[in-house]
Design a binder for this molecule. Sequence first.
Ligand code: B1M
Length: 209
Amino acid sequence: MDFKALNQAVVAGNRDQAKKLTQQAIDEGVDPQSIVEQGLVPGMAIIGEKFKKNEIFVPEMMIAARAMKESLAMVEPLLTKAGIKPKYTALIGTVQGDLHDIGKNLVAMMLKGANFGVVDLGINVTPQKFVDAAKEHKPNVIGLSALLTTTMPAMKTTIEALKQAGVNGVKVMIGGAPITQQYADEIGADGYAPDAASAVDLASQLVSA
Ligand code: B1M
């Protein structure tokens, strides 16, 4: 299997080619975990680096993420069948009162690309919903997104609700256009990431800390 060609198809956001090569790998009997780890994830890692260096922008990143996501969807059932589960789970959502989800979706896709299991709670997620989902899914990391200055306080409320509910040992990371490291420190979040690629780096650091 030519994993480099699959990497390149993801980087180029060529979803037809990515899906064709993924199917080819499946037909050849390539181990599904290798398809993910050697074929798809490195492609998204390249995209993440390019994005961080401003060599590409959000549209290219979304197109690449879509190619990766659709290929990943083809492999997912095989992974489940083989009993191979992502090592870590991330719970993610846009906080209460906030309906912006493009950035949050990018973070979720990039996390999936890095082989995190992702439970996406969507938009306008109440603190209680985060608490309930954390108890149900037992994530290793929880990601809160906010795009409005007026919804930033909902991050604080969510972190407080998690603490009050006794959800311990889970790292909380936050992000979104108005968020800063200083705000993360202020509200007791475990980390802040300015973009989707950094969010993956941060999540990986937090879960292995
Ligand atoms: Co709204 N909106 N919007 N909007 N909107 C902004 C955010 C705004 C800055 C526009 C402006 O005035 N210049 C402004 C906020 C001002 C402020 O609070 N200071 C604003 C406003 C005011 C509003 C409304 C109040 C408008 C109104 O109704 N009067 C309203 C609020 C609705 C609500 O949420 N309750 C509103 C509505 C909307 C739409 C529904 C029309 C639409 C959202 C569609 C959607 O998301 N499905 C929308 C949009 C598209 C925007 C802008 C134009 C673009 C946001 C976006 O998607 N950016 C935005 C202006 C702007 O940012 N230029 C604006 C692209 C996206 C990839 O970036 O989300 O920043 P971003 O995500 C990045 C990082 O921030 C980071 O990684 C991502 C990828 O690199 N990141 C994380 C995000 N989440 C993360 C989580 C992490 C880590 C990193 O860890 C968990």
